[in-house]
Design a protein around this ligand. Sequence first.
Ligand code: PAZ
Length: 345
Amino acid sequence: TVGSLFVRRLFRHLSSTTSDGGGGGRWCVLCTHTLRRLQLQTKMDWEAFYDAHPSPSNYESIITDVENFVCSHENEKMVLITSGGTTVPIEQNTVRFVDNFSLGTRGSASAEYFLAAGYVVIFLYRSNSLEPFVRHFNNSLLDKLEIVDDKSIQVKQSELETLLPILKKYKDAKNDDRLLTVPFTTLIEYMWLLRGSCMLMDTKYSMLYLAAAVSDFYIPPSEMAQHKVQSNDGPPMIALRLVPKVLYAVTHIWAPNAYKISFKLETDNSILEQKAKGALAKYKHQLVIGNLLQTRKHHVKLIAQNGVIEDILLTETDTKKGIEIEDLIVSNVKAKHDQFFESQN
Ligand code: PAZ
């Protein structure tokens, strides 16, 4: 325990120092992370990305919270869920940014089912996107309450049946310290928090469930306008750069021992399987969950490293019964993680 705590602290230390060339980088020779990196021989494009984009100002304190949380749940099944979209600012003093469709439904619903399945959950989510438990009341909480008198309010009797079990599960998760929520907004914040969290979760107890819709394109801060882009300067010419694919680093360097699931969203059904298989061949992780934008709420495909493809379909009857597709996804991937876990003994 002390040894793994030491390695975690070292990982975290390195992740916060490598971008500025701080003295902590000298520890590299001792570190598994760095040894793995050196095996690759060349400087990879994600490293250039982290070198060029310093960590957010609150990174240290957030990642310390993650570290303390991970350490207090040693040897328990734990899942890192990423959820929601990332923003790509187009100005340094950001008025405008490029965003995407993701509301965080998949991630927030999955978090609830993982907690119910006995997992400890780190929920790395886009600020203001859906959160576990709270998602059931977004925009509708006030309608569920009534004023009793000038000094008190209460939940309407008609709402009690739905609200009580959700509130109870939420309180249990929080009181037992089984749910840590970590918000991000920009792509760069996401990239740093993903790396820091993955490094802290490099064990077979961990599952990485990467459901966030992460931008493939960004504008380096050095190439952004400092102030609000002015329309009277004419149409802006904005050159987007490719975001490096960090899944390779996740699978080979940051968390090779964890059970790793990536998600793949497409709009063209004819390329979904091929893209998922391509990712598995390239990154060598355990599972890709493929979905189409149009049907993602009732159909996903689980594509495994051994080539097996499973469809998970939510029927109309399921929907009427209040069953969510994330319930079916989580019980499926939990069984796969159990098998993986046993095979690592
Ligand atoms: O957040 P949401 O429930 O609206 O959507 C979920 C999703 C489609 C973003 C997720 O299932 C997914 O596929 N994420 C990966 C997207 C990608 O290909 O980068």
